[in-house]
Design a protein around this ligand. Structure first.
Ligand code: CTP
Length: 397
């Protein structure tokens, strides 16, 4: 449930802060990205360098003297969840009262995501009516409370106030995420137009912008899938998208076939060259040599390769047609896809590089389902929902 999630670990200053280092490691092992924010007192118990080394990112320590002009809102927007561990009595009081006088409390106040609070303090402080009041406020604000438990405390004390162990906090943290409809699925997406070398400078290419494929990758990742995006263009940054940059049809074929093995879904949105120069020249072609004669040879059919796989993924192809969609209906019937997404690039708002798309879904039996013109991200979201429904209905999920 934590794979690909972004978790902010907020550490305040108690002796249990050392356990935050273990917690950071456990959350990372569960597949999440972790960033940290630490109070001044937390830094007395646990070195910020330790957290930087464990998570790969230096902790946010204060609201000022940072490159980012608004570190708390940046961190809060980045987070899928925040876990405050340990949460001292002072930090709990700040959070309960919205007192955003430091980076930690300001980050929590700016966050819209779930917040898990793991209190740790001496029994007297935990049992004080002020703390009881503050905890009631946090509960009614929607925070998920993790612990504390009874046990050995700092200074030889014993009683309620001991922070939960990292494994227990991890379990509670995992529970705050509602699984997306593609949670646990592996999805491969191809995007962009391939470039087939003529010489080191020139290539045979096409007008694909990669926007539709990128949008599908993001929509699938947002739905919980672990996505491999094989692309010839700049890719979106997303914690659940693994980008494989390629250029030619050959490179794309190798990357897609490798990723498709064991995947649940393949969405091949790339515009792949059908032919490539048979003998690309190693040196630059010179004008003085006159017009070159370029012999072409077929490229691998990536889609056909996936369609022929044993236990192949649910396969979605794209077809950019000009004028009528008759050719796309024929493709849906003969290419071995489960679903074909066709569009008429001659229609305004539906071509290469546009922000919108007007697509028609075609199934192998030739049935067509036209959709209204939508933004490419909206088409992608609808397509992901459609894939979930159809793949589920086919009994393969
Ligand atoms: N495709 C592929 N490998 C190729 C060519 C195309 O995987 N070498 C995929 C595309 O990513 C797309 C689908 O096949 O999902 C349909 O692409 P398209 O170019 O429309 O198919 P073609 O059979 O090449 O059709 P046409 O006769 O129109 O060229």
């Amino acid at each position: 449930m934590l794979a690909g999630r972004r978790v902010v670990l907020a550490v305040s200053g108690g002796v249990a802060a050392f356990k935050a280092a273990f917690l950071a490691r456990r959350i990372i092992e569960a597949g999440a990205d972790v960033r940290t924010v630490m109070t001044d007192s937390a830094c007395r118990f646990l070195g910020p360098q330790t957290m930087a080394a464990l998570t790969g990112t230096p902790p946010v320590l204060d609201l000022f003297d940072q490159e980012d002009v608004s570190p708390h809102t940046s961190l809060a927007r980045w987070a899928d969840a925040i876990v405050v561990a340990p949460a001292t009595a002072a930090t709990i009081s700040r959070l309960a009262n919205g007192l955003s006088d430091g980076a930690l409390a300001a980050t929590v106040l700016a966050a819209k995501c779930p917040v898990v609070v793991a209190p740790a303090m001496h029994t007297e402080m935990w049992e004080h009516p002020a703390t009881t009041r503050n905890m009631a406020t946090l509960r009614s604000d929607g925070c998920v409370i993790a612990g504390p438990v009874s046990g050995a405390l700092a200074g030889g004390d014993e009683g309620p106030g001991r922070m939960l162990e990292p494994e227990q906090i991890l379990e509670i943290l995992a529970g705050v995420f509602t699984p997306g409809p593609m949670e646990g699925w592996r999805v491969v997406v191809s995007a962009g137009g391939t470039r087939e070398a003529i010489d080191p400078v020139r290539y045979v290419g096409n007008r694909s912008s990669g926007k539709m494929g990128n949008a599908v990758a993001v929509a699938a990742a947002d739905a919980g899938a672990a996505v491999t995006l094989v692309t010839t263009v700049a890719a979106p940054s997303h914690s659940r998208i693994d980008v494989v940059p390629v250029e030619s049809a050959q490179e794309m074929a190798e990357a897609v076939w490798a990723a498709a093995t064991g995947s649940d879904v393949a969405v091949l949105a790339a515009a792949v060259a059908d032919f490539r120069p048979a003998d690309p020249v190693t040196g630059k072609l010179r004008r003085a040599q006159g017009p070159p004669e370029i012999n072409l040879e077929p490229t691998p059919d990536i889609l056909a390769g996936v369609a022929a796989m044993e236990n192949r993924p649910y396969l979605v192809g794209f077809a950019a047609e000009v004028g009528s969609l008759e050719g796309a209906i024929d493709k849906a019937q003969r290419k071995g896809v489960d679903l074909l997404v066709a569009n008429d690039i001659a229609k305004p708002g539906s071509g290469f590089g546009t922000e919108t798309n007007e697509v028609t879904l075609i199934t192998p039996d030739g049935a067509t389902l036209p959709w209204e013109m939508l933004s490419k991200p909206a088409v992608a979201e609808k397509l992901v929902a459609e894939i979930v429904r159809r793949r589920g209905a086919a009994g393969s999920s």
